[in-house]
Unconditional design. Sequence first.
Length: 453
Amino acid sequence: MRSLEVVAPKAPLWPLLAKEMREITGGRAFWIMFLLLCGLVGFSFLQAAELYGEASASAKDSPLLAGSLSPLDGVLVPTLGAFYLGVTLLFPFVAIRVISNEKETGALCLLVQLPYGVSTLCATKLTAILLAWAAAGVPALSAIAVWMIAGGHIQGGETLNLLFGHLLYGLLIGSIALFAAAISESSATAAIIVLAVTIGSWVLDFTAAGHSGMLAWLSQVSLTQTLRPFEQGLLSVGLVIGMVGATLGFAGLAGIWLPPGVSTRRKLLRSAICGLGICATMAAAAAVRRTIDMTEDRRNSFSAADQEQLSRLSGHLAITVRLAPEDPRFADLRRNVLSKIERAMPSVTIDIPGRGSGDGPDRYGEVNYSYGGRVDMSRSTSHREILPLIYGLAGVPPPSAPSAPDYPGYPLILGAHWPAPWFFGVLPLMTAALWWRSRRPPKITHLTEGEQS
């Protein structure tokens, strides 16, 4: 006689996700964060729009000045910069609650006994954090909508790229908060850990500014550096892989430390294996150099003809820059030439000799280019002189395609402060109403005798 195997029905995920969302919205941290974001984002947007309007008034009769007016730099990046500040300093207190409150009340011991795997629990908590981040982004999205209603220009590619960068950053901060809550016994300890990581990134950036070597390498792992390419209009495939890998890695570490009753030794061993996986992902992501310029004015790229010609040069280009990192000429060279060449050519190395390299003061400012055994030198920071030099070293003619039309710019004067009531009146009142609604106990449906039978 065959034995009958009883298969337990698969537990639905919706009640678990609803429970996590009630956990987030049931605390005051989420609503306080939302109220503060209304003011922060609103003030930043109004200030950015006012400064953009002043620049637009000056460029009204000058096409040259109008060409420098980009809504991405003038409005979107400053506005979302306030949102970044709120996510960095306030959002961890919201994300921590999905675990810390369960630990403090003892509900975690009951939660792990439900028919859900640990990976499912962590994925659901990370999804709830994502939904909380999306709700917190309403003031920023409304600022973009106000700008469009006022007649402001929005280019879809660069705007979506910027929002995507903030999404990845929010998920990364949320996963770090999830891990901090999993290894901490209280929400206060978890908050200190997350703030130590985020504020430590600011300190690292400040310390590494203008330096090369080990400090410059360490600054690349700073959290604040992850948003820079997106704010510049670049979509870096390697950076996206790295941020997604780090997010999943911290979520995996949280899953390792979440269940009670597992020995610390076993958790440490599993954490070491997960840490190695994170490091391997970071190393693989660093090797991916594919970058897409999403800006409308193509500021991060050469012309299409030059991009195509440079991509065909299969040899190795070695560049030696004898300029101090803090020299303004090095910043111009990096922005106008070096960063664009790195993205255009398949094989490029850039060397910056230290002050103790033995070069005399007469050689300071030289930039040497070596390709295919040929060497040339220039002190220029303009691509108009350096690109023909590289083509000469490679023995190929410069492209003769016509140049792209100039970026027209989008000047706009946003009248007075008419959007202020939305950010400082309507949104806060709506937040207060939703907070009051969330404080009401859930409605319990009573079954009739017929339904019970």
